[in-house]
Design a binder for this molecule. Structure first.
Ligand code: GDP
Ligand code: ZN
Length: 344
């Protein structure tokens, strides 16, 4: 509800004796916000670290008296302290459209957060087609995670080989990975110390989520809710049917929620990202393309304000797949930028 905030305290912040001999559990307090904060224009955002005054441990309530400085801040959707953005698409149902995918990627890159790209529903395509998407995304400068939430597996490519590991099949207990689902057996698993990941999965989805606050985004119907339900079994998110249209669905009215993972990470469902509209300084656009960033680390264009449109001695040549897309988005950005600059 608008005027109440759920504040989670880690076990070390809870009063002693909590858990009554059992293992200490995080406590959640339902808090209101000091009027003083509102007066000085401070609004609590999901993901905020706050100071709670007057905790009533029995009643489970408290008052937020201070908001600690934010590491990062996303505006729409509003979420504080995120450091990672997980963009989810599906390899099929709905089929990915490269231009839409780029729009989402640009929007993601424009947040300044670390970006991971994830393709779900890999169970729907044969290995050759998965490989094509994988290689194509590598060409775009991303190292995509290829997953099937249905089967709880990740697909990895080593040379010509494709490897499937059941690394998304967790149970809610902290041991993790002890519950292979959907009839999957896991003969090759080895435990990695007291961590819940198997060896050789340095590049698995859970590895990328560990100890970070991740905002999850992507078009509707790709399996974002299913993924959150899979990783956080008690999140009870509603899983919908694939709808023909993009965006503006049931997600747009929902508030942002932050779910705690058992590996020290947090996952936020970020509904507002479903309709990306990019407004940026045209000179910034190149920074949102890994292909351009890469070329600019290796060389320097003659002009500092180069827009990489075949200017003399430009180091960004058009020998990469998304170059025509870049030019297209650049025109769009220039137009939008000029319009916005001429507004009073
Ligand atoms: P969201 O709109 O992105 O949150 O997507 P949902 O989680 O609501 O899922 C949309 C549809 O995709 C549902 O019918 C899911 O059952 C289905 N789905 C989710 N994950 C998978 C998967 O790994 N494989 C297949 N084939 N379908 C999936
Ligand atoms: Zn250039």
């Amino acid at each position: 509800q608008a005027n109440f905030y759920q504040v989670c305290l880690s076990p070390d912040q809870s009063p002693s004796g909590n858990g009554a001999g059992g293992e200490a559990k995080p406590i959640t307090l339902l808090c209101t916000c000091r009027a003083r904060l509102k007066k000085i224009g401070q609004k609590v955002m999901v993901g905020d670290r706050v100071v709670v005054s007057c905790p009533d441990w029995q009643g489970g309530t408290g008052v937020i008296s201070e908001i600690l400085p934010r590491k990062t801040e996303l505006a729409r959707p509003s979420i504080a302290n995120a450091d990672h953005l997980l963009l989810v698409f599906a390899v099929a149902e709905p089929d990915p459209d490269p231009v839409t995918l780029s729009r989402f990627l640009l929007k993601a890159e424009s947040t300044g957060l670390e970006v991971s790209l994830c393709f779900n529903k890999c169970d729907l395509l044969p290995p050759d087609s998965l490989r094509e998407w994988y290689d194509r995304m590598r060409g775009w400068g991303y190292d995509p995670l290829m997953i099937s939430v249905y089967h709880g597996v990740e697909y990895r490519f080593e040379g010509d080989r494709m490897e499937i590991s059941p690394t998304l099949n967790l149970s809610s207990n902290s041991a993790g990975l002890d519950k292979p689902g959907f009839g999957e057996s896991s003969p090759s698993l080895t435990r990695d110390g007291d961590r819940n990941l198997v060896s050789g999965t340095a590049n698995s989805l859970l590895d990328r989520l560990r100890l970070k606050t991740t905002a999850i985004s992507g078009p509707s119907g790709v399996g974002k809710s299913s993924l959150i339900n899979k990783l956080i079994p008690n999140s009870h998110l509603r899983v919908g049917e694939v709808s023909g249209k993009l965006g503006r669905g049931r997600h747009t009215t929902r508030h942002v929620e932050l779910f705690e993972l058992h590996n020290g990470g947090f996952l936020a469902d970020t509904p507002g990202f479903n309709q990306p509209e990019l407004q940026c300084d045209p000179h910034q656009l190149g920074n949102y393309f890994p292909e351009i960033r890469d070329r600019l680390t290796k060389g320097k264009c003659q002009f500092d304000d180069c827009l990489h449109r075949e200017e003399p001695s430009c180091v960004v040549r058009g020998d990469w797949e998304r170059y025509p897309q870049y030019l297209h988005f650049l025109e769009e950005a220039i137009e939008a930028w000029e319009t916005s600059q001429h507004q009073p």
